[in-house]
Each structure stands twice: as C-alpha cells, then as structure tokens.
Design a protein around this ligand. Structure first.
Ligand code: UD1
Length: 430
C-alpha cells in the first residue's frame, strides 16, 4: 500500500500553470470501442492512469495488441480470442463492463463479471442488461457473471429509466453493429458519451443526435480504423480549479475544455473565485480570501458532477457559513466527510445531505482514501491543513489522476509518495 504525504508549514497559495491530461472516462470507452473492429484505433492525448492499464490488460486477454507511446496508444483487435471479463478485473475497475456491448456485437457472446457493490454505494448494471435484451440478446446471470448471447443484435427502441453514462455507452456501441435502426431515449449527456459517439462515427458508425437525449444509430456491417484525440479530463481540471479557489491561488489550466465545466464554473464564481477563459483551451482561476458558502446538488450532466462533490466539500469547509451538499447519484458517496472531520472539518451527514459548517481551520493527520474522488478531496485538504497530512491507500488516486504529485510539486507543494507504508487502517476497496 502506498501513501502520499503533504508537508504544509502554512496553507499553500498555489500559483503557476498546470497541463490537464486526457479524460480517463473518455479513454476507457474509446478503448472498449476498439473491440468493434479489426482496424487499428490510434488515440492521442491518452492519460497513463492505472485504469487505462487495467483496461489494456483486459483487452489483451480478449485479443488486443497495442503499442503505448508517451501520450498515445495504437490498439488493434484483429481477432477476438476470448469473450470473458474476469471478476478480479471488473472488481478493480467497474468500467470493464464497457466490453459487454462491443463483445456481444462483434463476437455474439460475452461473459462479464457482475461488478457488485463499491465504496460509493450500490451501482447496478440492470439498465445495460435490459437495453441489450431489447436489442435481442439473451442474458442470464450465472455464478456472478453476466452471460450474454446474440447471433446478431437487431435495432430496437429503448428508453433508459435513469440516465447512465456507461449504460448509454454500452448500448450505443452494441447498436453500431446491430441490424437496423436503434433509438435510445433518455441518454446521458456527458461529454464523454458524445466523444465516444464521435469516435464511432470516425470508425464508420451511423449516429444521429450526438449530445442529445435521443440518439439514433443505424447499424452497419462493420467498422474500420480511426485516429482520435481524447477530450480533456473535466474532473481533473475541476480538481485543480477547486485547488486554486481553496488556496487563494492563481492557476492557469492548459488543455482544458471550458464548455464542459459550466456547472462548476458557476458555483466557483458565486463562491468568490474569479475565472477567466484565456483562449479556447485555457482557463485562469484566482481564489478569493472570502469564500462564500454554497448549496450544491449533484446531477447528471450538465448538472454539478458527482465526481466533483468530494472536492467541492473541502472548499466549503473554508467558506464563511453553512453549505448543504446533496448527493443524488450515488447512495454512499460521503466517506470522505469522516476523513475531513479528522482534519478538523465540521460536517454532519443526514441521509443524502452533508451539512458543512465553515470556516474551520484544518490540521494535518493520517487519513484514508476510500475511492478515487475522495482521494482527490483529501489531497486538496492537505494543501491547507497545517502540518503533515498522510493519505493512505493512494492506489485509488492513481486510477484516475496522471502524475498528480508531479503536477502539484511544480506548483510548489512539498509532497512525497511513501511506499510499503504499514501504518494504515484497513479499509474497503473500491
Ligand atoms: C460514470 C463514470 C463515473 C461517474 C458516473 C456518474 C465512467 C467510467 N464512470 O459511472 O466516474 O461517477 O458516471 O457521473 O465514465 N444506474 C442504475 N442502473 C444501471 C446503471 C446505473 O440504476 O444499469 C444508476 C446508478 O446506480 C447511479 C446512476 O444510475 O445512481 C448513474 O450511474 P452511471 O451513470 O451508470 O455511472 P457509471 O456509468 O458507472
């Protein structure tokens, strides 16, 4: 188990520039899409995070060959050699479920472990299954695995009962090779879904309504090679934006897509930060010494992202007054609140609401990262908690943030990775 330790003599004031990486949640579906063709997919702006490596391990088992560059990746699945996604991989990374639709569409069979629960709550995949059944797949659950079969998927109309990101992605991918037209309603509007659709179009798919709630896909016989650039990671960008606001800093973020950050920009601006768009791909965030409390409710895009809830909570511990943060997407996504309390925050959890009473000075302590975004929240807290903050079980952070220590070090933060730290509490794995 590795830990990160942040040394904070006095709260940091972050100043400088950060280059934001490609989006983890966009590259994972793009990689899964490579299963739909024997052609080569050539991706640029690829973030080398642990989830990408996990996905590559899974895809190699399924028959992929790949070549990883510094920020690029060429991947080709000439022939599908296996159709099974084993439990250990799906458990380590839920996005493994994204191979279900493509395997079924190209190979006619897929056996993918059911992901089970995770650190942020119950996360069913029933809508993925219902949708694929609507496209003609026969699906059984056996020994903890989804066993799906379909000689040839056929187009159909399906309405998602609830907005689901990977659910929409799975169905769109499956429908590209189905016979006839598929109409998907109540699709997730997240930019990562649109980005996947754009890649699929480059591969030869016929998709209408990209970025809309109703997506129409006309199935084609086969898809081909494509070159594609991964969109910027809006959650990594958001995390650094909060870092600037939290530390009264002045940060320029490069390689971002400001249009994907609307809900966060609005909340940060009302809370007192100054945000300037510098050209098409840069944004400057200047923190204010006066942080105003804000009520925030997470919602599907374009609402406030659940993946930014934990980071925003740290900011609200430094606001002058009380904020109520409501989590509507996942049912147990407040584990970070207990760790923030260990650092001195005043937070009360009432069901799906966290009541954050500010402003409380934070002081460094040993804390435990329970999931990916909770880890990011604790790193942010470490920037203003005086003394040493040691964040244990840091592997969660490595799943989704590329070289975060290096990026923070460049901004003047004293941060160190500790290997084989035995001095940690045992915790649930995501
Ligand atoms: C994706 C993101 C994750 C983000 C989440 C919500 C990736 C790889 N992961 O996860 O970072 O936190 O979107 O923005 O892109 N649901 C069902 N049945 C289903 C599927 C989902 O009830 O079959 C529910 C979930 O329990 C949850 C909601 O729908 O309440 C949204 O989940 P979903 O969008 O599917 O999350 P993921 O795609 O797993």
């Amino acid at each position: 188990m590795e830990s990160l330790r942040i040394y904070t003599e006095k709260p940091y004031r972050l100043r400088g520039q950060v280059v934001i990486s490609g989006a983890k949640n966009a590259v994972l579906p793009a990689l899964a899409a490579s299963l739909l063709t024997s052609g080569e997919i050539n991706l640029s702006n690829v973030p080398l995070v642990k989830d990408v490596r996990t996905m590559l391990t899974l895809l190699s088992d399924l028959g992929a060959e790949y070549e990883l560059g510094k920020k690029s990746l060429r991947i080709k699945v000439e022939k599908i050699l296996s159709y099974q996604a084993p439990y250990q991989l799906v458990r380590a990374m839920r996005a493994s479920i994204l191979v279900l639709g493509p395997l079924l569409a190209r190979k006619g069979r897929a056996v993918v472990a059911l992901p089970g629960g995770c650190a942020i709550g119950t996360r069913p995949v029933d809508l993925h299954i219902n949708g694929l059944q609507k496209l003609g797949a026969s699906i059984k659950i056996e020994h903890g695995y989804i066993v799906a079969e379909a000689k040839k998927l056929r187009g159909a109309e399906f309405e998602f009962e609830k907005k689901t990101v990977t659910g929409t992605e799975n169905l769109v991918m499956a429908a590209t090779l189905a016979r006839g037209e598929t109409i998907l309603k109540n699709c997730a509007l997240e930019p990562e879904v649109s980005s996947l659709c754009e890649l699929l179009v480059k591969m030869g798919a016929k998709i209408d309504g990209i970025g809309e709630e109703t997506i129409r896909i006309k199935g084609v016989d086969e898809l081909g090679p494509a070159d594609f650039r991964i969109i910027p990671d809006r959650i990594e960008a958001g995390t650094f934006m909060v870092a600037a606001a939290l530390t009264q800093g002045d940060l320029i973020l490069k390689e971002v897509e400001p249009d994907h950050l609307g809900a966060l920009i609005d909340k940060l601006t009302i809370s007192g930060a100054r945000i300037e768009k510098l050209g098409r791909r840069s944004i400057r965030v200047i923190g204010s010494p006066e942080i105003k409390p804000q009520d925030v409710t997470t919602a599907p895009y374009p609402g406030f992202p659940t993946d930014m809830q934990a980071q925003f909570m740290v900011l609200m511990t430094q606001a002058n007054g009380t904020s109520i943060i409501t989590e509507t997407i996942f049912d147990r996504r407040f584990a970070h609140a207990n760790e923030l309390i260990r650092l001195g925050a005043n937070i009360e959890i009432q069901g799906d609401k966290a009541i954050v009473r500010g402003r409380t000075p934070l002081s460094g302590a040993e804390v435990m990262a329970t999931d990916l975004r909770a880890s990011a929240c604790l790193v942010l807290a470490g920037l203003i908690a005086t003394g040493q903050t040691t964040i244990n079980d840091i592997e969660h952070l490595d799943r989704g943030y590329e070289r975060i220590e290096e990026k923070l070090r460049k901004l003047g933060v004293k941060i160190e990775r500790l290997k084989n730290n035995n001095n940690h509490r045992m915790g649930e794995k995501k």
